[in-house]
Ligand binder design. Sequence first.
Ligand code: MIG
Length: 799
Amino acid sequence: MITNTELEYKGDLYPTKIVSFEHEVDSVFFHTDNSVILKVTVLRDSLIRFRFTTKGYFSNDFSYAIDKSHSHGYNFLEVSEVEDYYQIKTSKVQCRIQKIDMRLSIFDLEDHLILEDELGFHWEESYEYGGNIVKMSKSSKDGECFYGLGDKATQLNLKGKRLENFATDQYAFQKDQEPLYKVVPFYIGLHNKKTYGIFFDNTFRTYFDFCHERRNVSSYWAEGGEMNYYFIYGPQMQDVVTTFTDLTGKPELPPLWALGYHQCKWSYYPESNLKEVAAKFRELKIPCDALYLDIDYMEGFRCFTWNKEYFPDPKRMVAELAEDGFKTVVIIDPGIKIDKEYSIYKEALEKDYFCKRADGPYMKGKVWPGECNFPDYTNPAVREWWAGLFKELVSDIGVKGVWNDMNEPAVMEVPNKTFPMDVRHDYDGNPCSHRKAHNIYGTQMARATYHGVKRFAYPKRPFVITRSAYAGAQRYSSSWTGDNVASWEHLWVANIQVQRMSISGMGFTGSDIGGFAEQPSGELYARWIQLGVFHPFCRTHSSGDHGNQEPWAFDEEVIDITRKFVSLRYQLLPYLYTMFWQYIEEAIPMLKPLVYYDQEDIQTHYRNDEFIFGNQILVCPILEPNSLGRRMYIPRGHWYNYWTNQEVKGGKEIWVDTKFDQIPLFVKSGSIIPKYPIQQYVGELEFDELTLDVYYKSGKEKSVVYEDAQDGYDYKKGRYSFLSFQIIGKEKELIIQVHKEGKYDTNYSKYKINFIGLPFKVKNIEIDNEKILFDKRTFENGNYLIIDKEFTELHIIGE
Ligand code: MIG
């Protein structure tokens, strides 16, 4: 393990003087005296790749993280040479490479310095493994802030921290504990109101230091592989995040039910127990779409088998649950039990699909089933085989989703908790040791699982969830934050982790609501549900060791709060689905930390708790017991308190009163928030109205609503409905214009429009320039209108 740094270590090597350069299409190569080559590739005007070798030639270029279909192409590229440096200029940035030492600096077009090398690229040769320990240091500006990096359980702003990326099964991890389950070597820097991003695409163990060791230096390094990183220019954080997300890929739409509420425990068994849980949800009218089977459904923890004593007829059970609206999700781990009677083990052995040690024997490790071998998911043939294994589960039994756990990979009873580093991997034809494949193993397992579930679920959409992930895993899977703890501190951690994942490209994430280890009080559980319904993935899970964590394990008040907030999530499904659509279509993160929302306002730079859910709803969890409210920062602009409809002007910290059955929630003025009726599961009800909550604003504001068949792939053929609303508010007028796109005709025929914050009494209402009859008295009582959805302009005129 490398903990020494360039300062302490004397064996560092540096590029010497640049002696030649070549320009080939989108790339420029710089050669030094000492065999270093820097290849600079302009992918987009604001996306530049820097790749170094110290050998005098480049090895095969291969990445699991980069999405092959990412957008590329630039408007402008000019390479020039001046006395001291070379310059590469695009329509967004100018990058200078110093001749004397290959150090880089990047400026915007107005010559503002965005990022500059301190020592720049340097390396240390690895005697033990061959190759290099590759290092980079950048100088950091005063007041610079850092964000990103996946699932780190620490303050959102990473300034002052040193972090380690090595996928680890970290049971009951603590705040600030390192490393965790996921590896996203991508960070965002912000200074002088300008944002840039760095994606260090290296799957070896990596480290990032943000002014921890030295006040004005940020650095990153890896235990092997190449210094290979992407620079992304903002200047807005939105530009950086969407470019990174586009580069590493976006998921397809999940089935809408996957955005419903999920209930999990380690473990529900036998069948009667699972059925009781299902029945109780319906009896208590707490909406729920998915139930999970943890490892005990299997026969001796053998993947793809069933314990027939607990689950005598899985197909019938899954079908019966489905009749009541429940989808069944089952866990599948990577460890395959060494058992010569077990067909999957036999087949993998025959086909030579298990990972091997350097000297030949199969990698053997203990996990739940006892001694296991582990498929090498970095081999495409193994992935194809693995995908095929889902046929029975998905096609025959009717399972709707698969949960991949332990894929860091985790191994029990060994000090490093994972494979020995000499284990060999195919790495898609680039054979390597576990040092290089470790961080990507979980993603490749999730990828194989995804392809299997997708194949057999077709024409329905697949659902996969994974614990470990490397950048880009979002193309295949959702994720959860692993084995957290039922504590108030962990509620804080969950809030930050899910925000951070969101700006790290991996938005479809949630925490184990209530905490996995230990038992939450009713109050903590309620507070966690109140936050969890605003996370893209919403599931209660617990280890089951300390009692139950279904809503009814707590008192009436907590049950009522759970029902209230889960119901609110179901009402907001069209809003949630729309933000998912913006994520897959435009790479926009579903949750936005305040700094993302308004980077120009320095008040946002160190905020952790408040975030924007979608584009228009401000959420702030209650993170302490016995709270009657809390202080929070309201970002600039005008907002309405969701509970009281009171208007507040942002740009300041305020105290917000909340009862136990509330958390601070604010809606941006001018928003149109779409709502469905409360359903016990997605698709339960047919309804004839889409509710639109219209929050008056003086001025203009746009809102959009994406809908489709809620499952299947017809949306890819244009069968979706995309509504864009524009509101124009004046002193005594409100105009709502609607524009429709897409070939999907939604089932409802009307809108129920609720008006919030109208500053005037309504005199007349016109639809497409025709006055309509309306009953003033009922309007004033309810402030709503039910009208046919086929209109293009609604005009509310005040007295
Ligand atoms: O070693 O499958 O994070 O969600 O319930 C524990 C049992 C294995 C860890 C997962 C957790 C799951 C549990 N698993």
